[in-house]
Design a protein around this ligand. Structure first.
Ligand code: ATP
Ligand code: MG
Length: 465
């Protein structure tokens, strides 16, 4: 009671969470801002229509509206409504309630899923952890409240495609024009409530090419350590969103610029702080960006296998140098690296299984004699393993010749295959990846993966680009 009173007094001075609520919105015609309902997916249109016919409010909100206003093609559409999750559930046959801390309803239409969220209230006494992170956010409220608790002004625009109306409570349209990313409310408090918002800053700035509003940017450096409080499964989801945003490298640079990369995942520190690992990862991420921008799918297993390859490879090399047999050494290196990452980042089991398979296939590509290459052709994960091999070749870790050989071998006739194997044996390259003489690095730079391992020993091959 007393706490409420204090909150109310603070709010009156404009400092509490409710201070961000604006009861009145600016209203625009969608068509006047260049937004047409035909650009909204059928699934989103039908979701809004069904909810509205049942007497509820329903608005397209979030990234869909933002991207349409920017003339970009939205990745997906989110809908906000005053109907409760149960009411939404009851209106759509193919739908389910998901989430605990933050409940929403997934409404499924064929291959498209619409995320429907109920207007949230601003809570005066939300349950938080000791750093201010909100643990439960399922109290329903009004549209002005819902707008005030969204993250950025440009993400808090509501669009009714049937009525051609856009509601703007926080000058999001102005910020879009200024190309400025501004958080709603008190920046420090909003980042404390949910530190993921700091990662979202990096993603949106990189993706949209916006600048961060100075007030929004100011507290980030100080609050960056709160990233370590994010539950690991959520951190994984957010990481994945960054990496498949189509602007992965730009996102990682942005994270570094804001001091957000440290401790986020051991891997990121490594990628961003050791120039040695960078060529491989840069190549991998450039390809990921190209695929995303071409509308192709990305396999998280492949992506994380690329990002974590460097530490696996280093450990593998060290174990082989210490006299361990090749394949068990690789297997142990994989276990160690996956365990290390799992402490902070909850990579799902099925992704881990994919990563392991892709990695374990690698030494097999280097054995180009006898039946080994034929056996590999039958492997169910050949394609992913081969793509990974090509990545290693392109990054200069293996000779281009090995990649070209496999490209030919996979498409060849039986006679051609036999000839290719004979050729590889003649060149003496059947036992390892490519010509060993050409070394990228000079001696004496002291890296375990150059030098002796190139002399035909098992284990990771030397760079030969
Ligand atoms: P994208 O194009 O990546 O989907 P988006 O802005 O739609 O971008 P979503 O994660 O789909 O991002 O979230 C939808 C909307 O929900 C956001 O636009 C924002 O209004 C709100 N939102 C999402 N995450 C948060 C958060 N952590 N805090 C506050 N609001 C959020
Ligand atoms: Mg979205």
């Amino acid at each position: 009671m007393i706490r409420r009173l204090i909150d109310r007094l603070l709010n009156r001075k404009g400092r509490g969470p409710r201070a961000a609520i604006r009861e009145k919105a600016r209203e625009y015609k969608g068509s006047a801002l260049g937004v047409a309902s035909v650009s909204v997916s059928d699934a989103a249109l039908r979701t809004c229509e069904t909810l509205q016919k049942a007497g509820h409010q329903a608005w397209v909100v979030g990234g869909g509206v933002r991207d349409l206003l920017l003339g970009l093609r939205p990745k997906d559409f989110d809908v906000a409504t005053d109907a409760t999750p149960e009411q939404v559930r009851a209106l759509f046959r193919r739908s389910r309630v998901i989430g605990r801390r933050f409940q929403i309803v997934h409404v499924i239409f064929g291959r498209e899923t619409i995320e429907v969220s109920t207007f949230r209230a601003i809570q005066d006494d939300a349950e938080t952890d000791e750093h201010g992170r909100v643990l439960r956010d399922n109290v329903w409220g009004s549209q002005p409240e819902d707008a005030a608790r969204r993250d950025f002004t440009i993400n808090a625009l509501y669009y009714d495609p049937h009525a051609d109306r856009i509601l703007d409570y926080h000058d999001g349209v102005r910020d879009l024009k200024k190309r400025s990313l501004r958080i709603i409310g008190d920046p420090e408090q909003r980042f404390r409530e949910d530190p993921v918002r700091m990662l979202r800053v990096a993603r949106f700035v990189a993706k949209l090419g916006f600048t961060i509003d100075p007030g929004t940017r100011a507290p980030i450096r100080v609050l960056a350590p709160l990233i370590s409080n994010i539950p690991s499964a959520r951190l994984f989801d957010e990481m994945l969103k960054l990496l498949v945003s189509g602007h992965a490298m730009a996102c990682l640079h942005e994270l570094r610029r804001e001091g957000l990369h440290q401790g986020m995942m051991p891997m990121l520190d490594m990628i961003l702080e050791q120039p040695d690992g960078e060529r491989f990862v840069t190549t991998a991420l450039e390809r990921t960006d190209q695929r995303v921008l071409a509308g192709k799918t990305i396999s998280p297993g492949f992506l994380f296998a690329s990002l974590l390859w460097q530490p696996v490879r280093d450990r593998w090399q060290r174990a082989v140098d210490a006299g361990e047999p090749n394949i068990p050494a690789l297997s142990t290196a994989i276990d160690t690296v996956l365990d290390e990452q799992a402490e902070q980042l909850a990579i799902q089991r099925r992704h881990m299984a994919d990563m392991r398979e892709i990695w374990m296939l690698q030494p097999r590509f280097e054995r180009r004699s006898g039946r080994t290459p034929y056996a590999l052709l039958e492997h169910i994960r050949l394609r992913a393993g081969y793509d990974f091999l090509m990545l290693r070749c392109d990054a200069g870790e293996l000779s281009a010749e090995l990649g070209e050989w496999w490209t030919e071998f996979m498409d060849a006739s039986p006679q051609e295959r036999a000839a290719l194997i004979a050729r590889a044996s003649e060149q003496g390259s059947s036992g390892g990846g490519g010509p060993r003489k050409r070394r990228r690095r000079s001696r004496g730079r002291g890296r375990a993966d150059t030098g002796d391992a190139a002399a035909g020993a098992p284990g990771p091959s030397a760079a030969a680009g």
